[in-house]
Write a protein that binds this ligand. Structure first.
Ligand SMILES: Nc1ncnc2c1ncn2[C@@H]1O[C@H](COP(=O)(O)OP(=O)(O)OP(=O)(O)O)[C@@H](O)[C@H]1O
Ligand SMILES: [Mg+2]
Length: 606
């Protein structure tokens, strides 16, 4: 009965303990105290099952009452006898031996019970044995205690986890708050930025549209400008601010000979020496005034030919701070100039030619009188005629002493001088008369190449020419068109023209003492539009504008007295243009040689 009571009391107390606290230590202490008190035990120990390493288990004291209980010899013996490093199966096998009552020494009784899932309960009592019935009845209670212990441990673990979790949750919440705050700020900033970007975008789109429109109009204008440049028949050069070539159009290449690749980025060296100052002045004028129109000048082609050009120029502003560039239009007016020159020439020739012819007629009669009279004088002084002898004797002088006197006094030399000069004058008068002479009947179909060859032969044998210049020193190149058609002409006159030109070239080159090149004459014939062309060019000193403009005038000469009459070219011009209805022109510049061009019609115009 008493054992039942004790059992209830222990039950009650332990139940209270378990119910009061889930603090493991407190609960174990209260339970152990209740056990000791109700079972009248001196000491007790609760051992906890631990797992120091995976697969190994052992028991270690968790609570002892009194505290020194574990050191009591009897209990120590029991505790030391407990397994402390067993496999889980070993632990199970050991637990199967429980509950266990043992007497480690004579006066002590030790009872070991299983605290399932937690460890062991060891109670020690002095003297008597335990009431085994009571103890056995406590097995269920122990199970509850063990369960409570495990619950406590789990609770502790849960608390720890909870604690950790709540800390983590706290950190997360704070982080979340921060994130929310940051997200808010970010959203705000993104919104602001988006607004700014949208505005910028709109502005950019507008600008792009503007640029695209400008580009399109620029492209169109460039296209227009390019087509204009390609199509314009006038040569055009575009210079940059430093005077280097940026562009030339096809007409420039056609007229001057340079392709763009040859002169791109370089200065164009095509101003004749005598036009240098003028070119510098022209450039200055364009830069100052921004534009200039129709300035007549001359420029050289790649091959060195001189062209008459009408220059118009305008400035343009290149890249912002660079010097302004210049666009130049160089209209080739060589042919116009030549035609103008020819017309002026023709007019001059009409008046001067008429004048010369008139003068020649006037001079012709007295000259004939002079020449005839001199011949008569010579006849009467020199001729051993009866009438001469008779008249001398009648005057009291012998014919011999009279001729001797004349001889000694040089009268015969003087008279032969008069004769020679008279004949020269007669030749000049004859030349002058060619301006008015009509010799239409002597035209005949002739080979121009043969005529030129005959003139060349004549020049190489000409005595006067030899005197001043050795014609054989001149290199003569012939570029004849062998398929040239025969043309109606007066061969002697054409020969005379060619001879005059050859003679002029030879004389000019003989004067050109500084010439470094071998004196050369080029003779070319070719078929032109409706006619046959003859080009005679030399590499002599050339001539300046003044000479070039006047050289077809009768009596215009740069040669000294006795060297030239100035009739050669005027007569030649007359022969070509009047007698043969052809054309005659010249192109020349100082230091660049001279080229005479003749064109004779294939059909005889009446
Ligand atoms: N090939 C040439 N090179 C340089 N100058 C020339 C050439 N041909 C002609 N001239 C110039 O033209 C001028 C006129 O020539 P033109 O033949 O009419 O007369 P000229 O030769 O002086 O005299 P003439 O022929 O009557 O003996 C010459 O004096 C000379 O100055
Ligand atoms: Mg001459």
């Amino acid at each position: 009965m008493e054992s039942k009571l004790i059992q209830f009391q222990v039950f009650y107390e332990i139940a209270m303990t378990i119910g009061n606290s889930l603090d493991l230590h407190k609960m174990l202490r209260s339970a152990l105290v209740a056990y000791l008190r109700k079972l009248s035990c001196a000491s007790g120990v609760i051992m906890k099952l631990t797992v120091p390493e995976p697969g190994r288990a052992g028991f270690v004291p968790e609570l002892s009452i009194p505290r020194t209980a574990v050191d009591q010899p009897a209990l120590k013996k029991v505790i030391d006898g407990l397994p402390n490093s067993l496999s889980p199966e070993g632990v199970d096998r050991f637990k199967d031996t429980l509950p266990l009552c043992t007497h480690p020494d004579k006066g002590t009784c030790v009872y070991i019970m299983d605290l399932q899932g937690f460890g062991l309960l060891i109670l020690a009592k002095g003297g008597d044995d335990f009431d085994m019935t009571t103890l056995h009845s406590l097995v269920q209670l122990n199970k509850k205690l063990a369960g409570a212990c495990v619950a406590c441990q789990q609770k502790k673990r849960i608390e720890l986890i909870n604690d950790k979790l709540s800390r983590e949750i706290d950190v997360r919440r704070r982080t979340e708050n921060k994130l929310v705050q940051l997200a808010g700020e970010l959203e705000l900033r993104v919104a602001k930025r988006t607004q700014t970007l949208n505005a910028l975008n709109e502005e950019l789109l507008k600008k792009i549209e503007e640029i695209e429109a400008k580009e399109a109009s620029l492209k169109e204008s460039e296209e227009r400008y390019r087509s204009l440049m390609q199509a314009t028949p006038d040569p055009v050069v575009v210079y940059d601010g430093k005077g280097r070539v940026l562009f030339v159009n096809p007409a420039f290449t056609r007229v001057f000979g340079w392709r763009f690749e040859e002169i791109s980025g370089r200065r164009l060296d095509f101003v004749p020496e005598d036009r240098m100052d003028e070119a510098v002045g022209l450039r200055r004028r364009v830069l100052n005034e921004g534009v200039c129109v129709g300035i007549e000048s001359r420029r050289l082609t790649k091959e060195g030919n001189v062209l008459d050009v009408s220059i118009s120029g305008a400035t343009y502003q290149g890249p912002s701070d660079a010097l302004p560039g210049v666009i130049v239009n160089l209209r080739d007016i060589t042919e116009i100039k030549q035609t103008q020159d020819m017309m002026i020439q023709a007019e001059k020739m009409v008046s001067l030619g008429g004048l010369a012819a008139g003068m020649a007629h006037e001079i012709n009669n007295p000259l004939a009188g002079i020449l005839q009279s001199v011949q008569v004088i010579e006849n009467r002084l020199k001729g051993d005629l009866p009438v001469n002898r008779k008249t001398a004797e009648a005057c009291g002088v012998s014919f011999e002493s009279m001729t001797e006197y004349m001889e000694r006094r040089g009268i015969f030399k003087l008279s032969s001088h008069i004769c020679k000069s008279g004949r020269q004058a007669a030749q000049i008068v004859d030349d002058m008369l060619s301006f008015s002479r009509k010799e239409s009947s002597s035209h005949k179909l002739s080979d121009v190449n043969q005529i030129i060859d005959a003139a060349l032969m004549m020049a190489s044998h000409d005595y006067d020419l030899k005197k001043s210049y050795d014609f054989s020193r001149i290199k003569v190149f012939k570029f004849y068109d062998t398929a040239l058609p025969k043309i109606p002409c007066i061969p002697n006159q054409i020969q005379q023209v060619v001879f005059n030109l050859l003679k002029n070239a030879a004389q000019a080159m003989s004067k050109d003492r500084d010439a470094k090149e071998t004196p050369t004459i080029q003779l070319a014939t070719f078929s032109g539009e409706g006619g046959v062309c003859i080009d005679i060019s030399d590499n002599g000193p050339g001539m300046n504008d003044h000479v070039r403009q006047r050289l077809f005038e009768p009596f215009f000469t740069t040669k000294g007295v006795g060297e030239g009459t100035g009739l050669g070219l005027s007569v030649s011009y007359f022969i070509i243009t009047d007698r043969h209805r052809g054309k005659m022109g010249v192109s020349s510049a100082p230091g660049k040689g001279t080229r005479f061009s003749i064109k004779l019609p294939i059909f005889r115009p009446d």
